[in-house]
Each structure stands twice: as C-alpha cells, then as structure tokens.
Ligand binder design. Structure first.
Ligand SMILES: *Cc1c(COP(=O)(O)O)cnc(C)c1O
Length: 401
C-alpha cells in the first residue's frame, strides 16, 4: 500500500556507515534505518551470530523456554535496574504493552478506568492505543473511534502537568528526548520533578525509549542522565540492530500485574531476534561504543553549531549523543534532497528540523565528511538564492538568508 513517501533511492547493500544504491552509488548513512542500525551495516559479529542462530533455530514460540531470551532478559534488567521484561516486535507494540500493564496495575488495586498523561508533540506509535497516546493530531485523523483514556500536556511544563494530574490518573508517559516530534529534550529537572510527582501521587512513570535507548543518547538509556528510574520502560528501534524486536520492562511491583494469559506475542523474543539484541549489547560493550557516541555526538553538535554561525538558516542545534537535530528557518525537505545528491543520508523531525542518526560506531572522519556536505549544501543554497534563483532549494521565503 502507498503508505510511505519514499526517497527516490533504492538501497541494496551496506557496510559500516556506508550504503550503496542499485546504481552502485555510495552514501554516508546518517539515518541508520531510523535509529535502528546501531552497529551500522553488515557488522561481522552480527553476521556471524545471526548465521549461526539461523542454522540452529529461528523460532519455537513462547510455549517453550528460550535460553537466548532468558539471557537477554537478564542483561536488560541488569543494565536498566528494572526487574522483568516482556518481548515483542516493535516500538508501538512495546508501548501498547506498557499501556495495558499500567491499566492492569490499577485494575488490580480496584482502580480501573484511569488515564495516562503524555506530552504534546510526542510520538508513541501507529497502533490504535499508541495513536491515542501520541500528542500529534496529524497521525490520528481518520481513525475514529480511537481508544480513550489519554490526556496531553506540553513537555517541560511542570505547572501544566500538576494541573492535569488528578485522582483518575494512572501514569505519565514520556520520551526523554522526542525524536519524531522535533528532537525536543525533556529537561533533567523536569524528568526528576515528574518522577517525584509520580512517587507522591502513586502514579507510574513510563519512559518510551524506543528511539533514545540502547546507547543512542550516550548512555545505555537516556533516563540515566536524569538519575531516575522509570516504573515501565519501552525499547525497540536500536535494540536488534536491524532485526525486529521490542521490549517492555517493569519493576517487580508493576510486572506482577501481567500474570499468565494476560498478554502475549507469537514472535516476541524469538531466538533469532534475541541473538541480534545480545550481539548489539555485546558489541556496545566490547567496542566501547557509549564513549564513541559521547565523543562523536559532541563533535557533530560542535560542528553543526559552527555551521550555524556561518549559515543563519540554522536556528538551533540540539540533541543528546547521536540523536541530533538542527532546526532551520526554512523547510528541511529540500536540504535533505540536496544532502542526498552529495552522498549524505539525513532525516527530518518535523518540517523544519534536520535529524542526524548515524550508527553508534561512526568514526570521526565520517562525521567530518557529513559536516562538510552540510556546509556545501548550505553554501550552494546561499549562492543560488544570490543569483536570483531564490527558493531553488528552499521554500522561497528567503528567511534568514
Ligand atoms: C519509532 C517510535 C515508536 C514506534 O515504533 P515502531 O517500531 O515503528 O512501532 C514509538 N515511540 C518512539 C519514541 C519512536 O521513536
């Protein structure tokens, strides 16, 4: 079905941070399949582990114990400080599970029908409940009736949140950094105040780290930077490094509400997907990728900041680790097309923000190459505007040029 506005490009192969199209043209991949290809493309350890697992067993269903799933659950709980995991196949599914678990937790305490508060500009997925949870109207239109039980407040506005919380509130669901919504950072003191509010009112804090988790922000989970722990945590995108897997983690107190028969998934946590996730976590540690994310992230942010000084169309540079946005005073789409023509794949986050999501093992040279391409396309844009071709790359507003 025609659900995607695809780039006019067919990618057929990749190695590290480089991908090739069907014409043999190479590109530097600063999209990583939307924060999915954590280790880049065709990492030898991933190839080896998946090949071996494929020759052993792909799937057997959760009717049986699965050693790789147990191993992955032990590792994820140890890394996160949470106690139990439910495995599924995507971010929306992980959030759907989190919503069900939060509702069941209150149901078990004789308090059914409670509401979950999320942030405006949030993105939590395309399934019906996660659409309702999402704080952007554009994705909801046409899908009535949507599940009820959600309220939305502006991010980083503690007063608005306190006003919205009432005796019917079950949980607060937040992204520590909104990826799809424009690379908007939840401030550390806000996250800490939300944690405190949840503790005071007996509410659950659910963090959606589907995009920010698994090292993307320079720590294994973004919440570590606020020195808090959520009651429920969701993961997906980067977890399998390109193999579909999602996970929903919870503290013991909350997780006990999911007893036998309350929730399930046919594919979730199968041996192949768990092997991929174990390999991602193993390589993040053995190749010290968290340190690389911090260093390359700083390099990329500093470089973009320097470009902003010379090209005022860049209004703001923000992000954490290797989830970085550059907000523009013009439309992002033409610049993304221009970058592609120069061999760099980057993404949008809303109409005016360029989003950079390289693999976690990106090198300093590759970051420099990407910055040089961004510089070139911004220079070309200025030149073209200066020679009465205003709007050739922009939307014709000429703002900031
Ligand atoms: C991508 C994303 C989702 C949805 O994940 P899917 O795997 O596409 O269902 C949910 N939450 C956040 C924060 C995301 O970035």
């Amino acid at each position: 079905m025609n659900t995607y506005a695809r780039f006019p490009l067919t990618l057929v192969r990749g190695k590290g941070a480089r991908v090739w199209d069907d014409q043999g043209q190479a590109y530097l991949d600063f999209i990583s399949g939307i924060a999915v290809n954590t280790l880049g493309h065709a990492h030898p350890k991933m190839t080896e582990a998946l090949t071996e697992q494929a020759a052993t067993m792909l799937h057997c269903s959760n009717l049986f114990h699965i050693p790789k799933q147990q191993q992955l659950a032990e590792l994820l709980t140890r890394l996160s400080g949470l106690d139990a995991v439910f495995f599924c196949n995507s971010g929306a599914e992980a959030n759907e599970g989190a919503i069900k678990l939060a509702r069941k937790y209150f149901h078990d305490r004789g308090l059914p029908g409670r509401t979950i508060i999320t942030a405006t500009q949030s993105f939590h997925g395309r399934l019906l409940a996660t659409l309702s949870a999402t704080g952007q109207d554009k994705v909801k239109t046409g899908f009535d009736p949507l599940p009820t039980g959600f309220a939305h407040v502006p991010l980083n506005d503690m007063a608005a949140l306190k006003q919205t919380v009432n005796d019917d509130t079950a949980a607060i669901l937040l992204e520590p950094l909104q990826g799809e919504g424009g690379v908007n950072i939840a401030q550390i003191d806000y996250l800490q105040a939300v944690r405190q509010l949840c503790d005071e009112r007996g509410l659950l804090l659910i963090l959606d780290e589907v995009q920010t988790g698994i090292g993307r922000c320079g720590t294994m989970f973004a919440f570590e930077q606020a020195d808090i722990v959520p009651d429920i945590l969701t993961l997906a995108k980067g977890l399998g490094g390109g193999v579909a897997i999602g996970a929903m983690l919870a503290t013991k107190r909350v997780a006990t509400s999911f007893g036998q028969g309350t929730h399930g998934s046919t594919f979730g946590g199968n041996p192949l997907a768990c092997t991929a996730a174990l390999t991602v976590l193993d390589v993040i540690e053995s190749e010290q990728l968290l340190a690389n994310v911090q260093q390359r992230g700083e390099q990329l942010q500093r470089g973009l900041q320097a470009l902003a000084d010379r090209h005022p169309v860049i209004r703001d540079v923000r992000g954490q680790g290797l989830l970085i946005g550059a907000e523009l005073s013009i439309d992002a789409a033409p610049l993304i097309a221009a970058a592609r023509a120069h061999g760099l794949l980057i993404l949008m986050a809303g109409p005016h923000v360029l989003r950079f999501l390289p693999p976690l093992n990106i090198t300093a040279d590759e970051v420099e190459t990407a910055l040089a391409i961004v510089d070139t396309i911004l220079k070309n844009r200025t030149l073209e505007n200066g020679t009465s071709r205003a709007g050739a790359l922009g939307n014709g507003t000429g703002e900031g040029t």
